[in-house]
Structures are given as structure tokens and as C-alpha cells.
Design a protein around this ligand. Structure first.
Ligand SMILES: [Zn+2]
Length: 366
């Protein structure tokens, strides 16, 4: 490790995320997947693996924020809707969003968690951070909640940096959730200072967004990038997207990398149809960290998005931390499945070539 390199990794933790915003629906109803258990299983697993005894791990608490911060990314109408429905005792806001009697405060706290993660990294309190927050955020829009997301945690935190911390440097978002982060992408669609890259499962049912040809607009053309992958992609082919993102990150030269860390590409996830094991999250992080060290002094912020298999979720989160710690990691025995003969490399190579052709006018090193 180089001299003066801050070795600390921040984990944003708060008990409320493991208790509140509890869906009152029976499993396996879709709305029941986004449960406080997601956080408690992660924390229990970290405890069991003695992670909190590691001197490089630093627990951090979400920053307390007021409603004015939510205004940076959301309309008064949207904030009031969440507040009122919370005060009424909750209910179903749309087919894929529920509100519980304590949702408003915890959704606000999730934003405060991501703000704390970003500020701690930029102030060099820690070198990387992982915000273990929920509800997730990357489907939330300025005017509405969507896809289990209430407020857009990452977008709000970036606007916080811009408006409250006068931080104007370039930020790259690498979204690895199974789904296209439609809300998050929208905020920065015309903003050349924030690059949004998403690798996601191509959704044939709602396949009207997140295409290769969706590249941003106005000054932001070329800084919105989609790498859609087919169903049943495995560990073997997943990391092929580094062939696209590596030269682009080198060209873009961000000061900070943010990862909306969804784990619903996990093979046993009840929502996604990709076949990753924890090995992919480990290898992904190792490669990204190596790049980040060359480009932005290793500064990366991870923020929990989706991922609903309660056995796999903690293992995958642990895989990310192990890679950041530069420790060895071996897959869980439960993941030793034979996916050979499932290769999607032909489709993925086609997607890669087509994406490179689309983006070449915007990036010199492609
Ligand atoms: Zn997702």
C-alpha cells in the first residue's frame, strides 16, 4: 500500500434501516421483498465474519438532514405525498411502491446515509464507503416514487455536494443493479459532469428505456451509457463490460466513483434473471478499485439498491468489502452450481461492439 493512502473503509449503518419501513404484505408478494430483514441479515453476517473487529472498518452514522435537502432533487408535491401517506399510517402508493407508518423519516435517513458516505470519502475520513441504507433510490424521480424507491438517495446526495459543499468535480456512476436506474439516469441525462453507466438485464416486457442508443441529451450526449445484458448471463461473461467502461473512465477522469450496488443479478434472486454468484461482486470490486486507484485516488462510494435473496445478499456485500480490504474471498458452498454451457458471450460481444460503435464519436480512447 502506498504511503499516506487512507486505509479506512466506512460503513454507513443505522438500526432503523433494519427495523423500519416494514412491508405489511405476505412473502412472496413483490412488495414484501424490500424488507428490514435485508439489512439485519447483512449486519448479522458481518458480525459473524468479525468484520467490525477489522481495524480498517469504520462505522459511520447517516447525516441528519432536513426537508430542504430533499428539495434539491424532489418536488414539494412528491415530498408531501410521502409525508401525508406516512402520517395516514401508510398504504400502497402504486403497484410497486408501499408506504409504512414510518416511511418518511427512514427514507430521509437513507438520503442522509448516502450524503455521509460521499462527504466522508471526499473529506478523506475514509477512502471508500458503503451506505447500507434502504429503501433503495435509483428508480425514484423528481416527481414520483417508483420501483420500491421513495427518494433518489444518490441523486440527492450529488446535488447536496454541488449545492452545499461547492463540489463541482466530475462524478462517474457505475450502476450494477439488475434494473436500469431510470430515475437516476434522468437527473443527469443532460449533465456532462456526471457520467451514468448502467449494466442491466434487458427487460423485454418494459424494454422502452435503457437501450444502447439511449446516450443522453444536449451537453450530456455520450455520458449516459447502457450495457443491457441477456437473461441467464453468468459470472463467466459478466465482466466483459470493463472493455467499454475502462477506456471511458480513463477519458472522463472522474474525481469520485459512485456504485448503485444492487444485488438482484444474483442467481437466486427472486426478481432478477441473471446468474451471478458472489464471485462476480468480488471481481467487479477488485477491478473497479484498481481503476479507481489510477484515476481518482481510490475514492469509491457504494450505496445499496436492490437485491432480495436474503441468503445471497449478505455474502455479496461481504464480497465487496473483502475486495476493498484486499483480502481473499471464496464463494459460499451454496453457490457452487454448474452453469457451464450457459455462455452468453456471443450476445454480449455483439452488444459490446454495437455500444462501442455508438459511443466512439464521444470518447477518444474507444
Ligand atoms: Zn433492481
Amino acid at each position: 500500500m502506498q504511503k499516506n493512502y487512507n486505509p479506512l473503509i466506512g460503513l454507513i449503518i443505522d438500526d432503523d434501516f433494519a427495523k423500519k419501513h416494514d412491508p405489511p404484505y405476505p412473502n412472496p408478494v413483490f412488495l414484501s421483498y424490500e424488507t428490514p430483514l435485508r439489512i439485519s441479515v447483512i449486519l448479522n453476517y458481518f458480525e459473524r465474519m468479525n468484520l467490525f473487529r477489522n481495524e480498517r472498518i469504520k462505522k459511520l452514522s447517516p447525516r441528519t438532514i432536513e426537508e430542504d435537502i430533499l428539495h434539491l432533487a424532489h418536488s414539494q408535491y412528491h415530498i408531501d405525498t410521502i409525508k401525508r401517506l406516512t402520517n395516514f399510517g401508510g398504504g400502497i402508493l402504486s403497484e410497486d411502491v408501499f408506504i409504512a407508518p414510518d416511511t418518511y423519516s427512514i427514507a430521509k435517513k437513507a438520503v442522509g446515509g448516502v450524503i455521509e458516505a460521499m462527504v466522508s470519502v471526499l473529506e478523506n475520513k475514509v477512502k471508500q464507503a458503503f451506505a447500507l441504507v434502504r429503501p433503495p433510490g435509483h428508480h425514484a424521480f423528481r416527481e414520483e416514487a417508483s420501483g420500491l424507491c421513495i427518494f433518489n438517495n444518490i441523486a440527492t446526495a450529488i446535488f447536496y455536494l454541488r449545492e452545499k459543499e461547492q463540489y463541482k468535480k466530475r462524478i462517474a456512476i457505475i450502476d450494477i443493479d439488475d434494473h436500469y436506474g431510470d430515475g437516476l439516469a434522468r437527473y443527469f441525462y443532460e449533465d456532462p459532469s456526471v457520467l451514468y453507466f448502467s449494466i442491466h438485464e434487458f427487460d423485454f416486457l418494459e424494454g422502452d428505456v435503457g437501450f444502447i442508443s439511449d446516450i443522453g441529451a444536449g451537453d450530456g450526449r455520450g455520458t449516459s451509457i447502457n450495457f443491457p445484458i441477456p437473461m441467464y448471463t453468468t459470472d463467466e461473461d459478466f465482466l466483459a463490460f470493463f472493455d467499454v467502461i475502462t477506456p471511458i473512465l480513463n477519458d472522463f477522469n472522474p474525481d469520485l466513483i459512485v456504485v448503485p450496488a444492487g444485488f438482484d443479478m444474483y442467481f437466486a434472486d427472486p426478481v432478477g434473471n441473471i446468474l451471478l454468484t458472489s464471485k462476480s461482486y468480488y471481481e467487479f470490486t477488485k477491478r473497479l478499485l484498481q481503476l479507481a486507484k489510477q484515476i481518482c485516488d481510490g475514492k469509491i462510494v457504494f450505496s445499496l439498491e436492490g437485491g432480495y435473496n436474503l441468503i445471497g445478499l449478505p455474502i455479496c456485500c461481504y464480497a465487496i468489502i473483502s475486495a476493498l480490504l484486499d483480502e481473499k474471498f471464496s464463494s459460499h458452498p451454496y453457490e457452487e452450481l454448474d452453469f457451464s454451457g450457459r455462455s452468453k458471450i456471443r450476445e454480449i460481444t455483439k452488444i459490446k461492439k454495437s455500444l462501442i460503435k455508438t459511443l466512439r464519436p464521444f470518447w477518444d480512447s474507444l
